[in-house]
Design a protein around this ligand. Structure first.
Ligand code: PLP
Length: 387
């Protein structure tokens, strides 16, 4: 056992695989619940797209969180994992008819609507079923986030949401429709955000928009500010749980809720990232002309974040205590981007050593692909290795 990994038990399973520390997941969920219990009307939905592993979903559902879905498949997965449909929200710029019908049949809490054509289709499908769909408008707040350009979503140039200047138009349009009820406003400005100032900017924007609505005597049941809270990829051991206090306090201080209004959050990464590691075996150590490569059996088919947006993941050799040396850690896939890290220090590594690629619980297993006809990585929880 090195660190918190039961490596003696890891022999039983095929590498690469995801290892989830359920104790840390439970602690993270407790931290969230402890913070929101201090604030009236705060509700947290877990963004399923970060990780849909059934064993994790069960734990998250049992902690009382709702579900944030972005596809019909995610709605089915959420329901199967025990999330009550009254706690399911459904977002996405391109909802197809069957997905909307699925949401209507389950009578989900809310559709987060991103355009007028979508609103009309929801109204039509709801009418065919003789039901009223609860909807929130996803507005594009034109708030930048200090994060990677590929994961900022709240700028006017992004495809997401309805432009702010169209807010009253869509509100009034919805009032003409018989089978939708507008219950909220929805926002989501991006992911891996660590600067509370970005969330503060969103709060200021929401306050401005609410003032306009109140001037038109419109008060909605809820505000949904999406997710995006980041985690510390550099220090998974020192900072295993994100600063939920700073995050929720920012909203409590800066966002002016109306009486009876609830405030919804959709956290993905912050809930699951730190509890997961990708465990991979060193196949070969190759001395290049200028570099030393640790060639491992995981590739970007198992964890695409480094290849997709140059994401940093801390990597540890969990079997060696020998002196540190620099390595490039690379996968077996026939693409030059199949690199997990360049020039990082690892304890002296040899064939057979297991490496842990840390903070991989979010946007890891769920984004795995079968390129090169590779097998999908399995996910195991720490509970499965006890005995
Ligand atoms: C992806 C997404 C989230 C979750 O984002 P995180 O950065 O993982 O917290 C929340 N809401 C919506 C609409 C999303 O698309």
């Amino acid at each position: 056992m090195k660190g918190t990994f039961p490596i003696d038990k890891f022999e039983r399973v095929q590498t690469p695989f995801y290892y989830y520390d359920t104790k840390l997941l439970r602690k993270t969920l407790q931290a969230i619940n402890a913070e929101i219990s201090k604030h009236e009307g705060f509700v947290v939905h877990y963004a399923i797209k970060a990780n849909a592993n059934a064993k994790l979903l069960r734990i998250i559902q049992e902690a009382g969180l709702g579900a944030d879905c972005v596809s019909g498949g995610e709605i089915e997965t959420a329901v199967k994992s025990g999330f009550h449909s009254s706690k399911i929200v459904f977002a996405g710029v391109g909802k197809s008819d069957w997905e909307i019908n699925l949401g209507l049949d389950h009578d989900i809490f809310c559709f987060n609507v991103e355009s007028i054509p979508e609103l009309e289709v929801i109204n039509l499908l709801a009418k065919q079923r003789n039901v009223i769909a609860r909807v929130a408008f996803r507005l594009n707040p034109n708030v930048g986030a200090h994060t990677h350009a590929n994961i900022t979503t709240g700028l006017a140039e992004n495809k997401f949401g309805i432009a702010m200047r169209d807010m009253m138009t869509v509100m009034l349009h919805a009032q003409q429709l018989t089978n939708v009820k507008v219950v909220g406003l929805h926002f989501h400005i991006g992911s891996q955000i660590l600067d509370m100032g970005d969330f503060e900017a969103l709060c200021n924007r929401v306050n401005e928009l609410q003032t306009i609505l109140l001037n038109h005597r419109i008060c909605l049941e809820h505000i949904n500010v999406g997710g995006g809270l980041g985690i510390d990829y550099e220090h998974p051991n020192r900072v295993p749980i994100p600063d939920f206090k700073a995050y929720f306090d920012t909203y409590a201080k800066k966002l002016k809720l109306q009486p009876q209004q609830t405030l919804h959050f959709e956290l993905g990464r912050a809930v699951v990232a730190q509890c997961g590691s990708l465990i991979t075996k060193t196949l070969y150590v190759k001395e290049g002309s200028t570099k030393r490569f640790a060639i491992v059996d995981a590739g970007f088919t198992d964890l695409i974040r480094p290849a997709l947006y140059q994401a940093y993941h801390k990597i540890e050799n969990i079997m060696s205590n020998e002196p540190m040396e620099p390595y490039d850690v690379v996968g077996p896939i026939c693409e030059s981007t199949d690199v997990f890290a360049k020039q990082i220090d690892l304890n002296h590594t040899q064939r057979g050593d297991l490496l842990a690629i840390r903070s991989a619980g979010a946007y890891g297993e769920i984004m795995a692909s079968q390129y090169n006809c590779r097998k999908l990585p399995q996910g195991y929880t720490s509970d499965e290795f006890i005995s």
